[in-house]
Design a protein around this ligand. Structure first.
Ligand code: GRF
Length: 184
C-alpha cells in the first residue's frame, strides 16, 4: 500500500474517514494547531504526529522540515484535510499531482474560509463538496470528484452534518480514482 501523509488543523473527521478507508497507509499527521482534536485521533491510531509552528518560522522552512520527514517515511501522497495553511510552491513542486485537498463547496464557487457559510449567506439551496489536486492557488487545481447536496429546508446544523457525511464518502472516492491512475 502506498504511504500517505495527512495535513490537518482541526477536528479531523476527514482524517478519521481516510484512515478507516484503508486505501493508503497513513504514516504521518502534519498539524499546525496544538489544540486540534485530530492529534488525539492520530495517537489513537498510532500515527506519528509532526507539529509545525507557523508563528516563528516561515512556511518554506516548515515545509522543508516536513519534506525531510516525509522522505524518511517514504510518503508518496499528501492529503490535505482541513489544513489551514496554504502550501508554497516548494512542497507542491516536490509532489506533482500527488497532493489532494477537500473543500466544502462546488468549486470554483466559494473558495477560501467558511465556504458553507458563504453559500448559505448567498441563499444557495444546493451546495456541495469537491476533492481536487492542489496547485499554487487557493482551492484551485484540477477537480477529481465533486458532488452536490440539496439543502432546501435544512437548518444550519443539518447542513453541516450532510456536508461532513458527503466529504467522508467523496474523499475515499477521490482516493480510489487517484490510486487507479497512480498504478496505471
Ligand atoms: C472540512 O469541511 C474540509 O472540507 C475543510 O476543512 C474541514 C475539515 O473538517 N477543508 P475535519 O477537521 O476533517 O472534521
Amino acid at each position: 500500500m502506498l504511504n500517505a501523509a495527512i495535513f490537518a488543523s482541526g477536528n479531523g473527521s476527514n482524517f478519521e474517514a481516510l484512515v478507516n478507508s484503508n486505501r493508503v497507509n497513513i504514516v504521518l499527521l502534519v498539524c499546525n494547531n496544538e489544540n486540534a482534536y485530530v492529534i488525539e485521533r492520530a495517537k489513537k491510531h498510532d500515527i506519528e504526529v509532526m507539529m509545525l509552528n507557523y508563528k516563528d518560522v516561515s512556511p518554506l522552512y516548515n515545509e522543508t522540515l516536513a519534506y525531510e520527514v516525509m522522505k524518511r517515511k517514504k510518503v508518496e501522497l499528501i492529503l490535505l484535510a482541513g489544513f489551514m495553511k496554504k502550501l508554497t510552491p516548494f512542497l507542491i513542486g516536490k509532489y506533482p499531482k500527488c497532493i489532494l485537498n477537500i473543500h466544502p463547496s462546488l468549486l470554483p464557487k466559494y473558495k477560501g474560509l467558511n465556504a458553507v457559510d458563504q453559500a448559505l449567506e448567498a441563499g444557495e439551496t444546493e451546495i456541495g463538496v469537491t476533492v481536487h489536486y492542489v496547485n499554487k492557488y487557493l482551492d484551485d487545481g484540477k477537480v477529481i470528484v465533486q458532488d452536490s447536496i440539496d439543502i432546501k429546508g435544512l437548518d444550519v446544523k443539518d447542513v453541516y452534518e450532510k456536508v461532513h457525511k458527503k466529504e467522508h464518502e467523496l474523499y475515499v472516492e477521490a482516493l480510489d480514482i487517484v490510486l487507479e491512475e497512480f498504478y496505471e
